[in-house]
Design a protein around this ligand. Structure first.
Ligand code: 0HH
Length: 208
């Protein structure tokens, strides 16, 4: 069977969490990078179901929407909890991460100059919920005793927040420990230090 193919822009953006899953889980996949110039021609956009990337091709399944892609990878690779109850809780966590990601992306793409300071000021008020959740999780993962797709997504989000504001986790010992723990998984560490991650800008407009 052909390896999974991920089509995305040359940025970390919404692609990084899925790449983390695929590297850490040893998934065979290929990276199809679309330059902004290529995208602006419009031909590829017209073929995308919702006119956007990322796109994941897995055999004859073609998926759009980053969270649907994360969930698909999670179902295939045992990253969706041990039962329906854990899966529901993992979905809840991931939806909350998406809420924060949307706030972050709005600031980056629409109001970086005017809104960055306010965003950083308000960030602890959002992160404190995850701090409280993780402080109560003996496994060190968001749900249950195994890593889930929401953990990869939260890890990716927190690393990006640290790039924006290096002190943002200083008052959150559980979140700090969580980032260290997931970041020290050998394949996660190797990926995060590789050119595949470090050479890409965090966002498409050069802001971070
Ligand atoms: N809800 C969707 C998801 O989760 C949102 C996808 C999305 O916003 O998958 N896709 C954006 C790229 S992510 C998109 O396709 C942001 C990175 C931007 C990198 C540079 C993009 C340059 C575009 C000229 N955007 C392109 C578009 O909407 O035409």
């Amino acid at each position: 069977m052909a390896p999974i193919e991920l089509t995305y822009f040359p940025v970390r953006g919404r692609g990084n969490a899925m790449k983390l899953i695929m590297y850490d889980q040893g998934v065979e996949w290929t990276d199809k990078v679309v330059t902004i110039e290529e995208w602006m021609k419009g031909d590829l956009k017209k073929t995308c179901l919702f006119g956007q990337l990322p796109k994941l091709k897995d055999g004859d399944l073609v998926l759009y929407q980053s969270n649907a892609i994360l969930r698909h990878l999670a179902r295939k690779h045992g990253l969706y909890g041990k039962d329906g109850k854990e899966a529901a809780l993992i979905d809840m966590m991931n939806d909350s991460i998406e809420d924060l990601r949307v706030k972050y992306l709005r600031m980056i793409y629409q109001e970086y100059e005017t809104g960055k300071e306010k965003y950083i000021k308000e960030l602890p008020g959002h992160l404190c919920y995850f701090e409280a959740i993780l402080a109560k999780c003996p496994s060190g993962f968001l749900v249950g005793d195994k890593i889930s797709f929401a953990d990869y997504n939260l890890y990716d989000f927190l690393v990006v927040q640290k790039i924006l504001c290096c002190k943002c986790l200083d008052n959150f010992p559980s979140l700090k420990g969580y980032v260290d723990k997931i970041g020290s998984r050998p394949k996660v560490k190797a990926f995060m230090e590789s050119d595949s991650c470090t050479k890409l800008p965090v966002n498409g407009n050069g802001k971070q």
